[in-house]
Design a protein around this ligand. Structure first.
Ligand SMILES: O=c1ccn([C@H]2C[C@H](O)[C@@H](COP(=O)(O)OP(=O)(O)OP(=O)(O)O)O2)c(=O)[nH]1
Ligand SMILES: [Mg+2]
Length: 144
């Protein structure tokens, strides 16, 4: 599927890193390195502007390597890019480690997965169908 994009960044368009990757790695597009102190959050620009087809969204997700090695993740994961959004794609990073973390220009800071979604219309009702699960959840099927 082709997606219209404007790339105002200094970097190439995001790419799938392997033939069957779900996510396109997003690069920070910043004038100078940005430091994230412990528990600090910052919105990082990508310089990318998209026109997703109606019925699709883009999810902004963390990279597991950054999370595992440095405790740096996407605060609002999965971030939602609506098909009618025309602003710059930004990534809200947070540093959950005890050490400062420096983001360099061009660094791959998150990944973007494009997914289909539905829009619903409500059918207000007085009852719902019976199921085996019923209201069970929060570990209802696992160990006590
Ligand atoms: O990680 C993100 C999340 C959102 N957005 C952009 C695209 C999205 O379509 C828009 C609104 O996002 P969201 O609905 O999550 O934010 P909100 O707090 O509900 O703001 P709004 O009232 O503008 O919808 O912001 C990003 O660039 N990055
Ligand atoms: Mg919203």
């Amino acid at each position: 599927m082709k997606v219209r994009v404007i790339n105002t960044s200094k970097h190439e368009l995001p790419e799938y890193q392997t033939p069957q990757s779900a996510g396109l790695d997003l690069r920070a597009n910043i004038d100078e390195p940005i430091e994230l102190r412990p528990l600090e959050r910052k919105l990082i620009g990508t310089g990318l502007f998209l026109e997703l087809p109606a019925g699709f969204e883009a999810q902004i997700r963390p990279r597991s390597g950054l999370a595992y090695k440095y405790g740096v993740t996407v605060l609002n994961t999965p971030g939602t890019i609506d098909a009618d959004y025309r602003g710059e794609i930004k990534v809200l990073l947070v540093n959950l480690s005890n050490e400062p973390f420096t983001i360099d220009d061009g660094e791959r800071i998150a990944q973007m997965v494009v997914a289909k979604h539905e829009q619903i219309s409500w059918e207000p009702s007085e009852s719902l169908s019976d199921t085996e699960r019923g209201a069970g959840g929060y570990g209802s099927t696992g160990k006590k």
